[in-house]
Structures are given as C-alpha cells and as structure tokens.
Design a protein around this ligand. Structure first.
Ligand SMILES: NCc1[nH]cc(CCC(=O)O)c1CC(=O)O
Length: 309
C-alpha cells in the first residue's frame, strides 16, 4: 500500500512523550481513515531532558520542555507538536494554537513507597522537585523532609528503589500511559488536588495553518479542552510559573464547571483555597478566582506569583 505523510508530529523523546505521540497518531488515523504511515513522528530532544540534575524551576522552567519543539514548529519542520499540557507555559507565542486536547486521563497523583500520606514514616525523605507536591506534602506532614528528584518516570522509580528517597509521587496518567499499572497508591484528587492541566495531552499547531488546525479539530475532546482552558486561565490570573505551588481540580456539574484551586507558601505552612462555578468557555470566572486567592494571600505567598489581580 502506498501512502504519503499527511502530518508531521513533533514530540519529545522520553518514553512518556513517545507514548503520548503514539496515542495522538492512533486517534488521527482513526478519525481520518489513515494508516499509521500517514503520521510521521518526529522526536526532538528538549533541553529539559538534557539537564537532569537540577530542579526545573531553577534552570529555566517549563520553557525547557517546549523551546525546541516551538522552534521546529515555527520553522515549518513539523506541522504540530504533542505536549503534556501540565508542562506548557501559560503564555504561548501568538502564532501557535491548541489544535486539540485529547480525552483527559486520570488526574490523580500516585504515591510510591508508602500506602498513604499518613503512613509515611516520621521524618522520612520524600522525593519531589515539584513546588506543588512539596507544599501539599509539608502542609499535611511538616515532619517530613522533601528531597529533589528528577528524571523521567523510569528514572524516578529507579531512584526510589536505590533509596534516594523513601517515597515519591508520580502522575497516574503518566504511569497509565507507560503501562505501569499496579504501582503506588492513588491519592484521591478531591483531597490531594492535582496540578492544573495534569493528565491532558495537547497538540499545538501554527494558528495560520488551517489544514492542520482542521485535521486536529477532528480529535479534539471538547469537555477536556474546556477544563484545560479554565485551569490555564486560573494560572494566567495567578501569574503562576513552575515556582508557584498551585493545585487545581475541575469537575463538571450539571453542564457547568466547578473549579477548586489552592495556593501555598513554599514551605506548605500557608494554604489558601477557594472555588468557582461557571459556564464552560467563561475564562473570566477562573481569572477572578485567581484574584480572590491572591487577595487572601499574605505578601510572602503572593510574591510567589506574578499575579494580575
Ligand atoms: N512534570 C513531568 C510530567 N509531565 C506530565 C506528567 C504526567 C502526565 C500528565 O500529567 O499529563 C509528568 C510526570 C509526573 O508528574 O509524574
């Protein structure tokens, strides 16, 4: 069978990123009646994957995940780029558009190395480089020690095995996509709020590229897209970066979205939470929620956010 490439999809090279790109390819092929060869996967090395020994927040933040893919997309070497939306900066180049958000996976965090937060031994070392997870943990268990841990899912699991930490967190979505089921304890997202846009795969294209935008529209999951836009509007209102401990959860209730958001001080001692209920597509409501959170925060907490309130 002869077939020509219909779309070039850029992706990071980590096993999780590749799994997400393969899922995107399957959905595109199913939607358009293509065989696999119609979608060319183009693996690109991201700076965030080259630097593994320092926390992301210290070395340039989320941009390190997207910079190379952004350049390739901008230069027309790829037609679209697959991203974990959790890792995508809030403010994106105006020439790019989110062409599709895939149906969202489990938003929960998994705890590895202990049966529950309460069951982690007193004074134990918990590995995480995420300000949100560190603050949530210290808020619940100020006796614990947070130690930095980075690397892809397999690396982090190996570091836990090697005793670099007594426990650690991984996103359920990532484990699921890698087929790593049956490890860790699922933390109920209602009690342990995930990161904004956790478990959402987004595909960006050039906004002016109508053909690719149309191809991607066929695999867009509207409810997931609405949730992600609301959570990103919250981030925008907070001026949140990867330094900012922000947790958020959206549920759908009678056609409306209910967004709960929590911000923390870096040490977890201060926790400010609020929620809003609004129509899908209303991005002012999540921005106002952000403003209310910043209003309630003492200055050493609001200083962790760029804020627009
Ligand atoms: N920060 C890295 C990252 N980016 C997305 C995921 C998991 C998949 C997702 O949330 O979409 C992970 C790993 C993790 O947090 O355990």
């Amino acid at each position: 069978m002869t077939s020509t490439t219909q779309i070039r999809l850029g992706t990071r090279r980590s096993p999780l990123a590749m799994a997400q790109a393969v899922e995107t390819r399957s959905r595109l092929c199913a939607a358009h009646g293509w065989d696999e060869s119609a979608v060319e996967l183009v693996p690109v090395i991201a700076s965030g994957d080259k630097i593994q020994d320092r926390p992301l927040a210290d070395i340039g933040g989320k941009a390190l995940w997207t910079r190379e893919l952004d350049n390739w997309l901008d230069e027309g070497r790829i037609d679209a780029a697959v991203h974990s939306m959790k890792d995508v900066e809030t403010l994106r180049p105006a020439e790019f558009a989110i062409g599709a958000i895939l149906p969202r996976a489990d938003k929960a965090d998994m705890l590895l190395g202990a049966a529950s937060i309460a069951a982690i031994p007193r004074g134990a070392r918990v590995g995480t480089s995420a300000p949100r997870r560190a603050a949530q943990l210290l808020n619940a268990r100020p006796d614990l020690e947070v130690v930095g841990i980075r690397g892809n899912v397999a690396t982090r699991m190996a570091k836990l095995q090697a005793g670099e930490a007594d426990a650690t967190f991984l996103a359920a979505a990532g484990l699921e996509r890698l087929g790593e089921t049956g490890v860790g304890t699922r933390l109920d997202p209602e009690e342990w709020l995930p990161a904004p846009a956790q478990a959402a795969i987004g595909i960006e294209c050039r906004a002016a590229d109508d053909r690719t935008c149309d191809l991607l529209a066929a695999i867009d999951d509207k409810p997931s897209h609405e949730e992600v836009l609301a959570e990103r509007a919250l981030l925008e209102g907070l001026g949140g970066t990867c330094h900012s401990p922000i947790a958020a959860l959206t549920r759908r209730e009678g056609g409306k979205l209910r967004l709960t958001a929590t911000i923390y001080s870096a040490d977890g001692a201060i926790r400010i939470s609020d929620e809003a209920m609004f129509e899908p597509g209303d991005l002012d409501a999540p921005r106002q929620l952000a403003a209310r959170l910043l209003d309630k925060a003492p200055t050493h907490v609001s200083a962790l956010f760029g804020g627009q309130a």
